[in-house]
Write a protein that binds this ligand. Structure first.
Ligand code: MN
Length: 299
């Protein structure tokens, strides 16, 4: 079964001047495998640079991927890492980490995606880890240029550490070309379009939109009407109920309250670090009503 998801526009004040389109989580499709969050931003001229001050994460991995521009990442492990198109920043928050991000003004238009991956229960309290990868496998899929970001495809392995079965592949499609992608039938998938115009098994897709495919398929056909860039995401359906609030993923209300309290009271869970932005983002107030568990019951 295929469903087309249209993004909703999110105004993130810290990313002033940057237009953000969110497709996951969606009312109908909460997750794709363990992928639980997809923000697509730009292309935005760097008149007003993106600057996101220190903020915390727990229970997830962040995956940063750029189509153009450049971002500087700093975190509480002491990492200072620039990321450019074709390179991957992956941060495993585990028990807790804090980080900040700032776009490099001279680097041209900012265009990319920010993704989150839920950690399974057995791994979500682990020691935090940050990794930068710049030699990811490049190959052709049915004549189309592909770059493996996470997981495996055929004989290729990204060597990127994840904690559930996942894949992410960037595709550079040429106008007029059709590309048949082999799928793992135990995975569900999403194809997200960053630029151009394509049809995914006949479903027409514009930039910012995503086509979701439930598990059980062996292939997906992508036809490009114009030169296009897209991202294939996949994974084994994630069965654990989760609670997602602000930048935290937990399992119970008490845990989320603890995470929020630890950030607000500067505990050692989220060590301080120096960066060129300065300051930190305060946690929002928790809603009065209990947080609702987000079961991954996709239709
Ligand atoms: Mn973050």
């Amino acid at each position: 079964m295929l469903s087309k998801l249209k993004p909703r526009i999110v105004h993130l004040t810290p990313r002033s001047g940057v237009d953000v389109r969110r497709t996951i989580p969606h009312r109908e499709i909460r997750m794709i495998g363990a992928w639980c969050f997809l923000d697509h931003y730009g292309p935005t001229p760097q008149v007003d640079a993106m600057s996101v001050a220190a903020h915390p994460h727990t229970g997830l991995q962040t995956v940063s991927w750029l189509y153009s521009g450049e971002i500087e990442h700093c975190d509480s492990l002491g990492s200072l890492q620039h990321i450019r198109p074709g390179e991957l920043n992956i941060m495993t928050s585990g028990h807790g980490i804090a980080h900040s991000e700032r776009s490099i003004h001279e680097s041209g238009d900012l265009h990319g995606v920010q993704l989150w991956v839920v950690l399974p229960d057995a791994e979500r309290d682990r020691t935090p880890l940050f990794r930068h990868h710049k030699d990811l496998p490049q190959f052709e899929i049915d004549g189309t240029q592909a770059r493996l970001i996470v997981g495996r495809y055929g004989d290729f392995d990204s060597q990127v550490t994840t904690f559930s079965d996942l894949v992410a592949i960037e595709l550079q499609l040429e106008a007029g070309r059709n590309c048949v992608i082999d799928l793992d039938p135990s995975f569900e998938y999403g194809f997200h379009l960053a630029s151009g115009q394509v049809r995914v098994d006949g479903e027409s897709l514009s930039p910012g939109e995503l086509v979701y495919s439930s598990a059980g398929r062996n292939s997906l056909s992508v036809s490009a009407d114009t030169d296009s860039t897209g991202l294939l995401l996949g994974g084994v359906p994630f069965e654990e109920p989760i609670l997602m609030w602000w930048n935290f993923v937990g399992r119970t209300q008490a845990e989320i309250e603890q995470m929020r309290g630890d950030w607000e009271s500067h505990t050692e869970r989220f060590p301080g670090f120096a960066d060129s932005i300065g300051g930190r983002i305060p946690a929002p107030t928790l809603p009065n009503a209990a947080l609702k568990a987000r079961y991954n019951r996709n239709p």
